[in-house]
Design a protein around this ligand. Structure first.
Ligand code: ATP
Ligand code: MG
Length: 303
């Protein structure tokens, strides 16, 4: 349903998006994660047809987003990362303006959404709090009951109760078979909602993982404490994926995937070990590994 193919937009000084490719299938929710400035909003803006790719194509439901921006606008529920609302309107007037723009009249749905997100639209948009503005954007994004949703950090600015409400709302949308691209910095939200997760960094896609894989433990970290410094040093020479080597505590942490487990066991057999612990990498740890720009799992102690 959503297709991004080698999307490139270079804003200079290494900024922008470069050769980004991914797809979101019908009924699928793809989480889009990455540090500030990674290119999430830029990718989404291209999908909405607001910016034109310098190279590559973006399409939604087979429609080229660059060539058919008005059709994209009609069919897609877009929640922008930064909500810019026209001043001098009340919330109610803004909703009406958006209904006119999209050519929809769906007062019942609007009423339901206002009720659900506890928003009073009578006040002026200018005087609304950040959270109220976000809620107004939620109402206008969802009022036409769109099949495809582009949600750019949808819960930022919402209080914890409203964040939860929003997550259960999206769960219901998933049940209805919606196709969703969701950018977020909140791991629990991503874990709760996404089927797959794509990680973008410095404008490039660095990893795509199955959420189920993460729930089952993506990688295992083995932490071994040695009895003596000689063994600690010798073990450090093994060809393994070390996450941490701490001489003062004589501890090593090693990333061991399921297919590496036999090799790992062979490697530790001849050493004298004081303690041994295993744990699996959560989405948060996995993400932080990209976030912090470390080759390995960045000096975090997994003991
Ligand atoms: N129109 C533009 N002109 C110049 N630079 C731009 C433009 N749009 C985006 N950029 C740059 O591209 C990079 C990606 O920005 P983008 O807003 O996509 O990041 P993001 O992943 O959404 O980050 P955040 O988590 O902070 O929302 C940034 O370095 C930004 O400054
Ligand atoms: Mg953004």
């Amino acid at each position: 349903m959503i297709k991004v193919n080698e999307l490139t937009h270079d804003y200079g000084h290494g900024r922008g998006v470069f050769d980004v490719s991914f797809e979101v299938g019908k009924g699928e929710t793809l989480g889009f994660l990455g540090p500030n400035g990674a290119g999430k909003s830029t990718t989404m803006r291209h999908l909405m047809g607001f910016s034109k790719p310098q190279k590559g194509e973006v399409s939604i439901g087979g429609l080229d987003c660059t060539a058919k921006p008005s059709e994209i606008m009609k069919n897609v529920g877009y929640l922008p990362g930064e909500v810019a609302l026209p001043e001098g309107l009340s919330g109610r007037q803004f909703i009406k303006m958006m209904q006119d723009m999209r050519g929809v009249r769906n007062d019942e749905r609007v009423r339901e959404l206002l009720e659900r997100f506890k928003l009073d639209p009578s006040g002026s948009v200018k005087r609304m709090s950040i959270g109220e503005k976000r809620k107004l954007a939620v109402v206008t994004a969802f009022m036409s009951d769109p099949e495809i949703l582009l949600l750019d950090e949808p819960t930022s600015g919402l209080d914890p109760v409203m964040q939860e409400e929003f997550i259960s709302f999206i769960r219901e949308e998933k049940v209805k078979g919606r196709t969703i691209l969701l950018s977020s910095h909140i791991f629990s939200e991503v874990e709760a909602l996404c089927d797959r997760i794509a990680i973008i960094k410095d404008g490039r896609l660095v990893s795509t993982v199955d959420a189920a894989e993460i729930r089952h433990g993506l990688h295992n970290i083995m932490t071994i404490e040695f009895e003596n410094a000689g063994d600690f040093t010798e073990f450090g020479r093994q060809e393994l994926d070390f996450a941490l080597r701490d001489r003062s505590s004589l501890k090593c942490s090693v990333v061991v995937d399921d297919e590496d487990i036999n090799r790992f066991i062979r490697a530790i057999r001849r050493f004298r070990i004081k303690s041994f612990a295993e744990h699996s990498v959560t989405l948060e740890e996995y993400f932080m590994h990209f976030y912090k720009n470390d080759k390995h799992f960045g000096g975090v102690s997994y003991a």
